[in-house]
Write a protein that binds this ligand. Structure first.
Ligand SMILES: C[C@H](O)[C@H](O)[C@H]1CNC2=NC(N)=NC(=O)C2=N1
Length: 109
């Protein structure tokens, strides 16, 4: 089952974060290169022609987040959207973060 076929499961904490080599098992399933920050967060920057295009993309990301019940931190500026993904409940990475990242990568740009 690919990451884009999976659904996020509510994470209320109490589970270990994905760390070390297991992170690589997930990043290699992502279509594009997401930065892994301190083994605790995924980050990727998307660039656009203008602010309106950036906002349109951000709203597409928001729709995925709402559908999955798992939400990124978004930094939106003129021509740029920075997406940061981590699981707040465990202060680190879970499969949910990679599922949302894969679905973001599948957005037609
Ligand atoms: C109850 C609901 O599932 C949780 O509050 C969700 C909401 N979205 C979330 N998003 C992220 N990134 N991490 C979480 O731990 C999280 N928890």
């Amino acid at each position: 089952m690919t990451l884009t076929e999976k659904k996020c499961v509510p994470c209320e904490g109490g589970v270990p974060a994905i760390e070390g080599a297991e992170i690589e098992n997930y990043t290699c399933q992502l279509k594009s290169k997401w930065d892994v920050v301190d083994e605790k967060m995924l980050r990727r920057t998307f660039t656009f022609q203008d602010f309106k295009s950036a906002m349109t993309f951000a709203n597409q990301v928001a729709a995925i987040a709402e559908e999955e019940g798992h939400h990124p931190d978004l930094h939106i500026s003129w021509g740029k959207v920075v997406i940061e993904l981590y699981t707040h409940a465990i202060g680190g990475l879970s499969e949910n973060d990679f599922i949302v990242a894969a679905k973001v990568d599948a957005i037609k740009q």
